[in-house]
Design a protein around this ligand. Structure first.
Ligand code: ATP
Ligand code: MG
Length: 759
């Protein structure tokens, strides 16, 4: 390979004659030297070409690896895990393996080319005998015994209500979830380490839960029971549970093979593991060693007594997705990276979709390794997160796109490194099972042109039947064929061809066939029951403290009208009112603009104005206007017009124009001054975009424990709101919770309730 990092920007690093050290403080280096460092690769920078690059492992780190398919991410995870175990016998490595490829670490590398490379590096192939492969407990009958070393399971009693809800896909405050919460409490009271069957029994038999007055409806109970029955087949829940000290062991690489599990269950497993590792390490580092052994419970001890651990997660985007989506792994991993450093918890995580990873986790990284990336949005997402300076020439998309397999741009946060630089990752000691076999022999020899045609045809056919194809899928397809037939074809080229020649369009991460794009009417939306409420909420920005002050102020205002009767704030509580979040897009000259807006169940738009969060007042009325009447109204929003002018602009007859104007004035929507008419100022933002943008930067959060009001409204009507402002396509409709402060005032035995938004 003759790739050279050609930046002229001066590169300063922590180094000696032959090594570069990354992620390390100078003081640590002076104390330890090469000890406790991981050989990762060689520098490809022209300035320090060929120097060995070592990553620090004395301090904990959050290392993020990204790159397109086949660029070398899983390979890197393997390299780092190999180094941890062979160089640092005091650490544990736990590799979460969603694809089922890391078991091969037991065997020495046998790829001819890599073995040759290893020898050139002065290294040699070796299998890591200390690799311990775990499979889910429930699969022990169906998987050959010689392909794994141990079983893992989770105790049902260790799962929180949130864990269950996220895995079941239940809204946190739905009746089913509330029943579950109660049932867990009751089961735990009976037996600390309860089984699923114990839980089921409680739901079936507990007097309170089944009582007519206090209990839950039969359908709610049935819904929960059927989910719990299904949970038995996940294959990971058992009363025994695997203690953490079986998984996190000094000098051992534990591979947790979750490739047999559904995505939601995988998230649950990882969430649990991350949470337990962090908690155990926190306890271990807090307690004096003698005290630890005074713990009475052996299980507890085995769950706590673990060494500093490096957790490796491949394909992380499915576990910690971005965009406010949440899995059962999200919260635990966020905490793990935020709090893990002090107790010695490191994370190495990899993805092919950096733009699809939860930014709360990304923001904690201190070492970033990026391989070749293809998509602009991914390149941008990564560049935003680089923890050091990136030379201009490396920032370009064309540079990141040109990185060969096994070559990466490496960046770290330590003061010692002045900028990001390029490295060639070292060959693996142990065997790496790539995802695809490469030994397929082909009878035919295709040329690039033929392959390209084949790909285009395949995609086009798919588009004709389905209308759209996600760009990711397209990349995978092109990539697979490319690798299989060893030709050089870029996904971008194919997309470009389809857009230019086949009437296709790229929108929201997918390729669409012209004419197949959904219009508003076509899109069928799911009905939402009023009780199954969302677990996403708008944040509480007005604290309770502040809310109290506001409540006091409002009291005094009222006092004047009450002729001196003292009004008291009796109580103040947070309540949630469900509102609709519409994700929609509208066309502009520059393409389509995706956005979202929030609509209250009384059909009014929410927006941030001078007075904080506000609600429009008259959209509800506008929704009832006929098309023609609405056309009149719209013209009058822009200017004062005479009836004649209205007539000209709307092409209505004189009679019709007069009638509509009369009715609009009657409805209080339009005012009249002499001959002229104008729409009243309705507290409606000028366009929906400004209303939407005013709430654009508000992140959705997990709701607090508070009352949730019922929602009753017509969803079709809600969806027609963005259309008032011009053609719009509704992409999705969600329910989110809007926090309000509810104040109860009391005076002379009478009480009065007032509410205001908590943001
Ligand atoms: N540093 C390297 N040295 C030699 N070969 C490498 C190196 N990195 C990657 N490869 C080769 O590239 C192939 C693909 O790498 P890897 O499996 O790590 O890809 P990946 O980025 O994880 O892709 P995917 O997204 O499909 O999982 C490997 O099987 C190996 O043959
Ligand atoms: Mg991989």
């Amino acid at each position: 390979m003759n790739f050279v990092g050609n930046s002229d920007m001066k590169l300063k690093v922590l180094e000696d004659d032959t090594h570069i050290f990354v992620g390390r403080k100078k003081s640590i280096h002076e104390k330890y030297g090469i000890e406790g460092s991981l050989l990762f690769g060689k520098s490809l920078e022209k300035e320090k070409f060929g120097k060995l690059v070592h990553l620090d492992a004395i301090s904990p780190h959050v290392i993020f690896i990204c790159g397109a398919r086949g660029s070398g991410k899983s390979y890197d995870l393997g390299v780092i895990a190999e180094e941890i175990i062979t160089k640092n016998p005091n650490l544990a490595a736990v590799v979460i393996d969603p694809v089922g490829i890391f078991w091969s670490m037991k065997h020495p590398n046998k790829e001819e080319r890599e073995v040759k490379d290893l020898l050139e590096w002065g290294l040699e192939p070796k299998g890591l005998e200390s690799t311990k492969v775990f499979i889910p407990y429930g699969l022990k009958e169906s998987i050959p015994k010689d392909t794994y070393d141990a079983l893992f399971s989770i105790k049902p009693s260790e799962l929180t209500v949130d864990d269950w809800c996220l895995t079941f896909g239940l809204e946190r405050f739905s009746p089913t979830s509330l029943l579950l919460e109660k049932a867990i409490e009751k089961a735990k009271a009976k037996k600390r380490n309860f089984s699923i069957d114990d839980l089921i029994r409680v739901i079936e038999k507990d007097k309170e839960l089944i009582s007519r007055e206090k209990g839950y409806s039969i359908s709610t109970r049935r819904a929960l029971l059927s989910r719990l029955e299904a949970a038995k087949s996940w294959g990971i829940l058992s009363e025994e549970g695997t203690s953490l000290s079986e998984i996190c062991m000094e000098g051992i690489v534990s591979v947790i093979d979750i490739s047999f599990l559904e995505e939601n269950v995988s998230s649950l497993v990882i969430g649990m593991l991350a949470r337990k590792i962090l908690n155990a390490r926190k306890k271990v580092t807090r307690q004096a060693s003698m005290k630890k052994y005074a713990m009475s419970d052996i299980d507890e001890l085995l769950d706590v007594e673990i060494p500093p651990t490096w957790l490796f997660i491949d394909e992380a985007h499915t576990l910690i997705p971005s965009g406010g989506l949440k899995t059962a792994a999200t919260d635990s991993l966020i905490e793990y990276v935020k709090q893990g450093r002090r107790p010695g918890c490191s994370l190495v995580f990899a993805t092919q979709q950096p733009s699809a990873i939860d930014t709360k986790v990304l923001s904690q990284l201190d070492i970033l390794i990026t391989h070749k990336l293809v998509f602009e949005e991914d390149i941008k997402a990564v560049m935003k997160r680089v923890p050091t300076v990136v030379p201009d020439e490396y920032r370009k998309a064309s540079f990141i796109r040109s990185l060969p397999i096994g070559v990466a741009l490496l960046a770290d946060r330590s003061e010692q490194s002045s900028r990001a630089f390029t490295v060639k990752v070292r060959p693996r000691f142990s065997q790496h099972e790539g995802r695809e076999t490469t030994s397929i022999e082909l009878d035919e020899n295709f040329d690039e042109e033929t392959i390209r045609k084949m790909i285009v045809e395949l995609i086009y056919k798919k588009l004709q039947s389905e209308g759209r194809m996600p760009l990711r899928k397209l990349e995978t397809l092109a990539d697979t064929l490319k690798r299989r037939y060893k030709v050089k074809i870029e996904t971008d080229e194919i997309i470009h061809y389809l857009v230019e020649n086949k009437n296709c369009e790229v929108r929201e991460g997918a390729l669409w066939l012209g004419g197949k794009m959904p219009s508003y009417e076509e899109e069928a939306l799911e009905e939402k029951s009023s009780t199954e409420l969302s677990q996403k909420a708008l944040p509480v920005l007005i604290s309770e403290e502040k809310a109290k002050q506001i409540a006091e102020k409002r009291k005094k205002e009222k006092l004047l009208g009450l002729f001196g009767k003292e009004e008291k704030v009796k109580s103040i509580e947070l309540v949630y009112s469900p509102v609709y979040m519409l994700s929609y897009s509208r066309k502009s000259e520059r393409g389509s603009i995706p956005s979202r807006c929030f609509v209250s169940p009384d059909y009014e738009l929410l927006f941030f104005g001078k007075k904080g969060l506000q609600k429009t007042k008259s959209i509800n009325m506008l929704l009832d206007l006929s098309d023609k009447k609405f056309r009149v109204f719209k013209e009058l929003r822009a200017a004062w017009l005479t009836r004649k002018q209205v007539q000209e602009k709307t092409l209505l007859t004189a009679q019709a124009a007069a009638k509509y104007l009369r009715e609009l004035v009657g409805a209080g929507l339009v005012e009249r001054k002499g001959e002229k008419y104008r729409a009243k100022n309705l507290d409606v933002p000028n366009d929906i975009l400004s209303a939407s943008f005013s709430l654009e930067n508000v992140d959705l959060v997990k709701p607090r424990n508070a009352k949730v009001e019922e929602i009753k409204c017509n969803e079709k009507r809600i969806q027609s709101i963005p259309k008032l402002f011009g053609p719009a396509i509704i992409d999705s409709v969600d329910i989110v919770l809007l926090p309000k402060w509810r104040v109860t005032y009391e005076s002379a035995g009478k009480s009065r309730i007032e509410e205001f938004f908590a943001l």
